[in-house]
Write a protein that binds this ligand. Structure first.
Ligand SMILES: NC(=O)c1ccc[n+]([C@@H]2O[C@H](COP(=O)([O-])OP(=O)(O)OC[C@H]3O[C@@H](n4cnc5c(N)ncnc54)[C@H](OP(=O)(O)O)[C@@H]3O)[C@@H](O)[C@H]2O)c1
Length: 385
C-alpha cells in the first residue's frame, strides 16, 4: 500500500484554479503545522463509548472514526511558512519568516486529540492513516514501546490533573478509587512520587488486581468486591468499612478515578475536614442519556453545595476534573514522565484491528486492568519502540 494518497479537493464554488487544494495538507494547514501519520497502535477510552452512545448526529460529522489516543510514524509534514517541509530545520520563506517544523518524516509520535476536533471532523485514531494538527502530537520517547505510547496521554493527563487538584504534598495520606484502571494505575504512580516514602497510598480495586496495584506503589489495597451490596453489586457498604479503618487517622485527599457518589457522601468519616475529593466526575449506572444527564446534574450539585451538609452536601470539597482541551505542555509532561520512567503503562490487553468490537466490549465492562489497546499496524510488535 502507498504511504500517502494524493488528491485535489474543493469545498466551495469557484473556478478550479481558485478553489482546488491538495487533499493533504488540508485547508486548515494554511494556518499551522499538520502531520500525516501511519497509526501503529490506538488506545481505547471509555469516553469514546460516551461519544458513540450520547452525542446526537447533528453535533458531529456524519461519519466518524472513534478514539483519540494513538502512536504512529510521521509520513508527511506540512507547514504554511516552511518551503522545505519534512526536514525539521529552520527554513527561509519568500516572506522572510524562519520556521522550524516540529516533526519530520519517519519520526515516531504519540498524540491525543480532543472531542472538539474528532466530532466535527470525524477524525479518530482507529484508522490506518490520519492527518492531524501537529499541536496534538509529541515525540515518542525512544525507550517507550509504541503500544504503551498509545495508551497514556488521555489517562496520564487526567491522572495528573486529579493529583494536582487533590492538593497532596509529601507525607500526605491519599485514597485512590478504581486504582487498577487506565487512570487509576497512573494516579497511584504519580501520587506515590508526590507523597514520598513517609506518605500513605491506599488503592481500592478488586482482589485480583491487588498485587498489580501494590507493584505500582500502593502501600495497601482494599478489595471493594468484599464490601458490595449482595443484591445490587454497588459499593454502598464500602464507606462503612473505610470509616472503621480510617476514622481515627483520616486521609488528606481522596482521588476517585471512577466517580462513586457513595464514596464521596461517606467521606467525612475518612477524609480530613480540609481535604479535597478530586474526581473524574460521577459514574452513571449505564451509558444512557437520562442517567448521563442525572450524573452531570449531580456533579454540579457536588460543586455548588459541597460544603453545606444542611443543603444535602457531603461537607467536603469536591472537585471535578475535565481533560477537554489539554495543551501541548500537558501532553509533553506525560511523555516526559514516561520517558524518564516516572510512570509506566499497564496493559490490559492488545487487540487485532478486526477485533475492535470485542475490545470495546472488554472496555465497556469497566473491569479493564490498565489499558485496552488496538494494534492498527499489523507489522508492529507489542514491545517495538
Ligand atoms: N473527566 C475526564 O476528563 C475523564 C477523562 C478520561 C476518563 N474519564 C472517566 O473516568 C472513568 C475511568 O476511566 P478509565 O479509563 O480509568 O477506565 P477503565 O480503564 O475502564 O478502569 C475502570 C476501573 O474501574 C474499576 N472498578 C469497576 N467497578 C468498580 C467498583 N465498584 N469499585 C471500584 N473500582 C471499580 C475496575 O477495577 P477492577 O477490574 O479491579 O474491578 C477498573 O480497573 C470513566 O468513567 C471515564 O469516562 C474522565
Amino acid at each position: 500500500m502507498a504511504t500517502t494518497m494524493r488528491a485535489w479537493t474543493f469545498s466551495r464554488r469557484g473556478s478550479p484554479s481558485d478553489i482546488l487544494f491538495p487533499a493533504f495538507p488540508p485547508e486548515a494547514a494554511h494556518t499551522e503545522e499538520w502531520i500525516l501519520l501511519k497509526v501503529a497502535f490506538a488506545g481505547l477510552n471509555v469516553g469514546a463509548i460516551f461519544q458513540t452512545t450520547l452525542i446526537p448526529a447533528f453535533l458531529r460529522s456524519k461519519t466518524c472514526v472513534p478514539e483519540m489516543d494513538l502512536s504512529g510514524i510521521v509520513q508527511d509534514v506540512w507547514h504554511p511558512h516552511a518551503e522545505n517541509n519534512n526536514k525539521g530545520q529552520d527554513v527561509n520563506t519568500n516572506t522572510g519568516v524562519h520556521t522550524q517544523t516540529r516533526f519530520r518524516k519517519g519520526g515516531k509520535v504519540m498524540a491525543m486529540f480532543p472531542a472538539s476536533h474528532t466530532l466535527p471532523t470525524g477524525t479518530g485514531t482507529l484508522a490506518e492513516y490520519i492527518a492531524i494538527p501537529a499541536r496534538f502530537a509529541v515525540h515518542k520517547p525512544a525507550s517507550v514501546p509504541l503500544a504503551d505510547a498509545a495508551g497514556c496521554l488521555l489517562t496520564g493527563m487526567t491522572a495528573h490533573q486529579l493529583v494536582v487538584e487533590s492538593g497532596i504534598r509529601p507525607g500526605h495520606r491519599v485514597l485512590v478509587n478504581a486504582a487498577s484502571g487506565g487512570i487509576g494505575t497512573m494516579v497511584v504512580q504519580m501520587a506515590r512520587r508526590v507523597v514520598g516514602p513517609e506518605g500513605l497510598v491506599v488503592g481500592i480495586c478488586s482482589g485480583r488486581n491487588a498485587r498489580m496495584v501494590k507493584g505500582l506503589g500502593a502501600d495497601k489495597v482494599i478489595d471493594y468486591t468484599q464490601h458490595q451490596h449482595p443484591h445490587t453489586n454497588n459499593n454502598n457498604n464500602l464507606p462503612a468499612h473505610l470509616a472503621s479503618l480510617f476514622h481515627a487517622h483520616p486521609f488528606d485527599a481522596i482521588i476517585d478515578t471512577l466517580g462513586h457518589q457513595s464514596l464521596y457522601l461517606g467521606s467525612p468519616d475518612y477524609l480530613v475536614s480540609s481535604g479535597t475529593y478530586s474526581s473524574v466526575g460521577i459514574k452513571p449506572p449505564d451509558f444512557s442519556i437520562p442517567n448521563f444527564l442525572r450524573a452531570v446534574c449531580q456533579m454540579k450539585l457536588n460543586e455548588w453545595w459541597r460544603v453545606s451538609r444542611l443543603l444535602g452536601g457531603a461537607g467536603r470539597l469536591w472537585r471535578g476534573v475535565s481533560m477537554m482541551e489539554p495543551s501541548l505542555e500537558d501532553r509533553q509532561r506525560i511523555a516526559d514522565m514516561l520517558g524518564q520512567g516516572h510512570v509506566r503503562v499497564v496493559r490490559d490487553s492488545v487487540w487485532r484491528f478486526e477485533d475492535v468490537r470485542e475490545a470495546y466490549a472488554r472496555l465497556g465492562g469497566l473491569h479493564a486492568s490498565g489499558k485496552v489497546l488496538v494494534r492498527v499496524d499489523e507489522s508492529v510488535g507489542d514491545d517495538e519502540c
